[in-house]
Design a protein around this ligand. Structure first.
Ligand code: MN3
Length: 204
């Protein structure tokens, strides 16, 4: 029987490394509590799923799918999110170069236009969700998309390159209800080298 246990990935910097854009308190809670709970609940749901599978209990397997999607999506999304952020002193916010810069210009007209579109789409999400820059492998182009809750971007057929977590747990302690200020500030700490690496891995 296969029992895959998913684990919280290491954070590539200290909790205070993204100050002043993301406070130490938010980082600590977001990573150690929120992300960890997704991992714990994903493992619990998968364990129950495997049990149901061995009993050939299809009804139970179907009823577990929502929990697997929600917690698995939360684990996938946050695992990407930590890696595409970097401290100001380590290249955060330096802006895209190379292939990713070329594709942004080609597909959105300019970096400024892309930035405005992704910012506005992320701010406008109703309730909890994520704004994304994704890669469409079929059409070989970049696309902006939004997802509700923790739905992974792959469910829209796109490879996730850069994500913006607009759940209140990501900003409320620091930015209160002003999601727009948080989303605009995030541009100061995106790590475009990681985004380019993800783009190349996607086969662009
Ligand atoms: Mn989050």
């Amino acid at each position: 029987m296969h029992q895959t246990t998913h684990q919280l990935p290491d954070l590539p910097y200290d909790f205070n490394a993204l100050e002043p854009v993301i406070s130490t308190e938010i980082m600590e809670l977001h990573y150690s509590k929120h992300h960890k709970v997704y991992v714990t609940n994903l493992n619990a749901a998968l364990e129950k799923y495997h049990e149901a599978e061995t009993k050939n209990d299809i009804s139970q397997m179907i009823s577990l799918q929502a929990a697997i999607k929600f917690n698995g999506g939360g684990h996938i999304n946050h695992s990407i999110f930590w890696t595409i952020l970097a401290p100001l002193s380590k290249g955060g916010g330096e802006g895209p170069k190379g292939d990713v810069a070329k594709l942004i210009d080609r597909d959105f007209g300019s970096f400024a236009q892309f930035q405005e579109k992704l910012t506005n789409a992320s701010i406008a999400i109703q309730g909890s969700g994520w704004g994304w820059l994704g890669y469409n492998k079929g059409f070989k182009r970049l696309e902006i998309a939004t997802c509700v809750n923790q739905d992974p971007l792959s469910s829209q057929g796109l490879v996730p390159l850069l994500g913006i977590d607009v759940w209140e747990h990501a900003y409320y302690l620091q930015y209160k209800n002003v999601r727009a200020d948080y989303v605009k500030a995030l541009w100061k700490i995106f790590d475009w080298r990681q985004v380019e690496e993800r783009l190349l891995k996607a086969g662009a």
